[in-house]
Ligand binder design. Sequence first.
Ligand code: PBG
Length: 326
Amino acid sequence: MLVRPRRNRISSEIRGLVRETSLSAQHLVWPLFVQEGHKRETPISSMPGQSRLSVDLVVERAKAARDLGVAGVALFPALPDSLKDPRGKESTNPGGLLQRTVSELKSKVPDLVVITDVALDPYSSDGHDGVVIDGRIDNDVTVPILAEMAVAQARAGADIVAPSDMMDGRVGAIRRALDENGFSQVGICSYCVKYASGFYGPFREALDSAPRSGDKKTYQMDPANVREALREVRLDEAEGADYLLVKPGLPYLDVIRFVREHTSLPIVTYHVSGEFAMLKAAAQNGWLDYDRCLIETLLGFRRAGADVIFTYAAVEAAKLLKGGQG
Ligand code: PBG
């Protein structure tokens, strides 16, 4: 035999020489759920190890994550029903929970990248990402609210705003609103290719934000489609997005690769709540080696073409990577 591929796998050092993909904590963003209170932690049963945290605990945990090299956090507020209404008024409150969390984080952990979610669902009494009028999600009524929400988050100190709502035209509207208000340095991470997925279940439990009626199929993408992603990519590029996000992650690795081949923008993927829950559940049953499968999953995102990964396992992964695994 003249050709023996195994020669390039002969030792750890040789494997290191020929390794094609790298993974480190600098690529990771940790999604966090914030709630009112002091030293208050409410575990999320379907996401073992993850909790809703009061602002002081968010700051404490985010600092520890940063010390391990995790690049940033993505924040989602868990609000009581009393603060929810059809138009998500609370979302633009300068003294609201999310805005307070952002300013605390930026003052206490300044080098942590703080990413905020722009969508109505945590604030909406209908549990939808947009305003519901006569049973339909009204795109054009929603967009100005999203733009105002993004400005409130930027004013609180957000580094990057991340519209996760899938309304048409919102990236351009947010970009204009940010610029008009003096926030031209604030980036936009667009949830550009977001599918109507069953894998968001545990997240909706965490925020108690499931749609009160209907589903999200008139705004989130059909899992059967991939060409359609290109339309979203072209629009978000033209509207000024700085990052394009593909979500969920694992069942859509082909989409990450497809988008990678059609844009020069950085690509983000979201290892979503249901993907995290599957791995935890299998590990708790002794059916999978959690550490090993976690690193393999994250590496898979990077190999497919993702620059940045949102994952609930960011801290666990950062510890493993520090310990030389991966
Ligand atoms: C909604 C939003 C969702 C997630 C992030 N932002 C859920 C949804 O679209 O219903 C899901 C994240 C996860 O499952 O981890 N704006």
